[in-house]
Design a protein around this ligand. Structure first.
Ligand code: AMP
Ligand code: FE
Ligand code: FE
Ligand code: ZN
Length: 298
């Protein structure tokens, strides 16, 4: 990050240290519960200096979040969290500072969003065989353009009184092993890494040490993404235990990757708190150096 109030690379930054940077959050453009502007306001209240907006498969929240930057005095990293697959396992790839109009990346995002929509409808059809739930209930939990996901079905189930909250829905009706679960299309992760780079973005693997149906991304699978152009790994995340953090930090050090830490905040949709994990200013500087777009500063 080019620090405010400095001239040249060895000048000392004049703002107070440590800078607090959270590089992974969601708004109502996907499965968060804060509007983008409200998310920037919440970041300011949480004492953050920099926040990244990384909605699933969309950049629709960027404009509103950008407009909130001067209001709340928090810098914004424009990003997205791209749904991917590795050997049919769901993997998430963060993209930072990419051209939001790059045709290849945009087309993949829209294809995934359409597949998510059809998949959500299919899940609701299955659920409706047993529980009182309609597609309108799910739509009521979204705004126009939202990337639809299981969290919106969870909110609809909660609104109908079938479950207490999202966590309860994911533990039962929406679990990956549930009879109502339907998978959806997503691009291969190595392809997505190459697309992000082609769009001038900085690809960072999101929470790769989190268990997905009892599986974790292997060293070999991560190595293939490094070969495709991966820039970094989200090492510090609440879904990683100490052993995973050590393993991932080792892979990152060996491959010369940027290491990030983030909250994966979803507003009221998850217990994750803004700033509960953070990224170093040096890591953000490395990301900004590789990205097409600048960080939006107050
Ligand atoms: P989907 O993308 O539709 O398959 O749903 C996965 C999303 O649901 C992830 O992006 C998480 O943010 C969210 N999620 C997963 N598990 C939970 C949970 N236990 N409680 C709340 N949200 C969850
Ligand atoms: Fe999510
Ligand atoms: Fe994720
Ligand atoms: Zn996320």
């Amino acid at each position: 990050m080019r620090a405010p109030g400095t001239h040249g690379s060895d000048a000392r930054p004049t703002y107070p240290w440590p800078v607090r940077i959270d590089l992974h959050t969601h708004s109502v453009a996907s499965d968060g519960t804060d509007a983008p502007a409200a998310l920037v306001a919440a970041a300011a209240r949480a004492g953050l200096d920099v926040v990244a907006l990384t909605d699933h498969d969309t950049t629709r929240g960027w404009a509103e979040a950008e407009a909130a930057v001067p209001v709340h005095g928090v810098a914004l990293v424009r990003g997205a969290e791209i749904s991917c697959l590795v050997d049919r396992m769901s993997v998430h790839l963060l993209s930072y500072l990419h051209d939001p109009e790059h045709a290849g990346l945009l087309e993949e995002g829209e294809r995934t969003r359409e597949a998510r929509l059809q998949r959500a409808r299919a899940m609701v059809d299955l659920i409706a065989e047993d529980l009182d739930l309609t597609w309108a209930d799910v739509e009521a939990q979204t705004v126009p353009g939202t990337t639809v996901g299981r969290p919106h079905i969870a909110d609809a189930l909660a609104a109908r009184g079938h479950v207490a909250d999202r966590s309860a829905a994911f533990a039962t009706v929406l679990a990956a092993g549930s009879r109502y679960y339907v998978p959806h299309y997503a691009p291969d992760a190595a392809h997505a890494v190459r697309l992000v780079r082609a769009a001038g973005g900085v690809p960072v693997l999101a929470h790769p040490g989190a268990l997905v149906r009892g599986r974790i991304l292997s060293d070999e699978a991560i190595g293939r993404l490094v070969d495709a152009g991966l820039a970094g790994i989200e090492v510090d995340h609440r879904d990683h235990d100490d052993a995973q953090r050590r393993r991932l930090a080792g892979i990152a050090a060996e491959a010369g990757l940027v290491v990030t830490g983030s909250s994966d905040y979803h507003g009221a949709g998850k217990p994750n708190v803004l700033g509960e994990r953070t990224t170093s200013p040096e890591a953000l500087e490395a990301i900004e150096d590789q990205g097409r777009l600048p960080v939006v500063r107050p």
